[in-house]
Design a protein around this ligand. Structure first.
Ligand SMILES: Cc1cc2nc3c(=O)[nH]c(=O)nc-3n(C[C@H](O)[C@H](O)[C@H](O)COP(=O)(O)OP(=O)(O)OC[C@H]3O[C@@H](n4cnc5c(N)ncnc54)[C@H](O)[C@@H]3O)c2cc1C
Length: 476
């Protein structure tokens, strides 16, 4: 790692990547693989957001909550479990131990970069193609990739609460589970963490100023999500929340669709994330910025206009997801190396999974853009009933006239697997008939799709395949 300020005052490179997270690492790797000299600049190299405070610690907490929920459900199968006690410090200790392991692995990957590539410093623009580092050095680069990620938004009234206000950056450092937790924000992060804490025995209230959680497009799926959440926690949608510091934690008052006031030990603020572009002096980079101060760029090349600057990952404020950060990093890095002749890449079918129980997912395009819909209800689906996980709804969207699948919304058992299958089917351009003609193993949750696929087939001119015109009975 090159972190000696005295080693050179001006560093020259083909591609300078700002930010050593998932997107930055992918960009640097792709640029180097394509023959460019590279610099990867980060003030910390402390492991990626995903490993430290994002995907992995949240899924570790959810893994513990799922075990707790399974034990809670055991009575359904005639299994009595007595003396269950959730050891909060032990739950959070495992989250941190495993999280630290994932973060260490990302740091080790950075340590394996060729000598002189990793520069430990904070960068900002000094002019087009020129960066100033906070250790006084300068970088001259043919092209620059901005991969500075995003950070949780903590509005001032909550920031004033000090340690009683948590964000996803701090929540996994709790030593013990709080007794009462308020979660403000019902996007993916808020939903996942609110439900996980609730399943771990925390009394949780979830607030949002909007009426729609996680921007779910389908009313039926949103209704099912609402039922799931209301079973697990106190849900307050369509309300404005005001926090007040209290000797015993945080007092929240709310009004709007409902009114009330309650005391909590902590409040987890999950009202969104903002691209980390503030300290970059983008005005000096000669870039065209949108109303939010994000450089305008072309999604297929990640290039900002006609400039030599490329965007990648959460900083690009498009799809703040791990696989997209990695893909965008690879596109940006390769095109930064190929400058000035970027190669456009067809983007993958967008899909997002929220790891609630059941899993919530959004795939591709929605109803308003397609002509035909089909839906499936999991309350009586064979395998879902066998496992006692029989709740959820799936809505498939297809284009007329051939029933080509364009997207789906779902909250369903095995939802993460259904979401993958459907994203691949959409990206592969499959019609409902073609997917229905694929083998479906019995008894699986995947069979639940047939109901929705048949509705679409019936509504489009392409005939049902001959062996699929009768349903598989749930118990057959
Ligand atoms: C709680 C939570 C749960 C999540 N769960 C999932 C999930 O289940 N699945 C999923 O797909 N996604 C999930 N995500 C989203 C996913 O983690 C992010 O999309 C992804 O990590 C973004 O990667 P990135 O490379 O853009 O940013 P980061 O990994 O944050 O990297 C940005 C880097 O830029 C550096 N930097 C910033 N400014 C400068 C500067 N001026 N100079 C130099 N360096 C700078 C930072 O130090 C940082 O290292 C989750 C996120 C959160 C917060």
């Amino acid at each position: 790692m090159n972190d000696n300020p005295a080693s050179a005052l001006v560093l020259k490179t083909d591609v300078a990547v700002i930010g050593g997270g998932t997107a930055g690492l992918a960009a640097e790797r792709a640029a180097r693989k394509n023959g460019a000299s590279t610099l990867l600049i980060d003030p910390d190299f402390n492991g990626t957001t995903c490993a430290r405070v994002g995907c992995m610690p949240s899924k570790l907490l959810i893994a513990a909550s799922r075990e707790a929920a399974r034990i809670e459900r055991a009575g359904l199968f005639g299994i009595e479990v007595e003396g269950v006690r959730i050891d909060g410090p032990a739950v959070l200790r495992r989250v941190r131990i495993e999280r630290d392991r994932f973060a260490r692995l990302t740091r080790e990957a950075i340590a394996r970069l060729p000598k002189e590539v990793a520069i430990r410093a904070r960068a900002r623009f000094e002019g087009p193609g020129r960066l100033l580092l906070d250790d006084g050095r300068q970088v001259e680069a043919r092209t620059i990739v901005i991969a500075t990620g995003s950070a949780p938004i903590l509005p001032e009234p909550f920031a004033a609460l000090g340690a009683a206000a948590l964000t996803s950056d701090t929540v996994f450092d709790l030593e013990d589970l709080p007794r009462r937790l308020a979660v403000v924000g019902s996007g993916a992060i808020g939903l996942e963490l609110a439900q996980a804490f609730a399943h771990l025995g925390v009394e949780v209230a979830l607030f949002d100023k909007g009426e729609r959680m996680a921007k779910v497009r389908c009313d039926k799926v949103h209704g099912a999500l609402r039922e799931v959440m209301e079973d697990d926690l106190a849900l307050h949608l369509g309300v404005d929340v005001t926090p007040h510091a209290s000797d015993h934690g945080v007092r929240l008052s709310w009004n709007g669709a409902s009114e009330g006031e309650a005391l909590f030990d902590k409040v987890l603020v999950a009202v969104g994330r903002k691209p980390q572009l503030g300290g970059l002096d983008l005005d000096k980079a000669g870039l065209d910025l949108d109303d939010h101060g994000v450089p305008r760029y072309e999604r297929t090349t990640m290039r900002c206009g006609e400039s030599s600057v490329f965007m990648a990952g959460d900083a690009a404020a498009d799809l703040p997801l791990l696989h997209e950060a990695s893909h965008e990093g690879a596109i940006a890095g390769r095109n930064a190396a190929a400058f000035p002749a970027p190669i456009p890449v067809e983007r993958n079918t967008p899909f997002a999974i929220t790891f609630t129980e059941p899993v919530l997912a959004t795939i591709g395009k929605a109803e308003k853009e397609g002509a035909v819909t089909g839906s499936a209800d999991f309350s009586n689906q064979g395998r879902a009933r066998v496992d006692g996980l029989n709740r959820g709804i799936l809505t498939l969207y297809a284009a007329a006239p051939d029933g080509r699948l364009i997207g789906a919304d779902l909250i369903a058992p095995a939802g993460e697997h259904l979401a993958h299958m459907l994203a691949w089917a959409v990206q592969g351009g499959l019609t409902a008939t073609q997917l229905l003609n694929m083998p479906f193993y019995h008894p699986t949750v995947e069979e639940g799709l047939k109901q929705a696929l048949r509705t679409i087939c019936a509504a489009t001119p392409i005939a049902l395949p001959p062996d699929q015109d009768a349903g598989t009975p749930a118990g057959a």
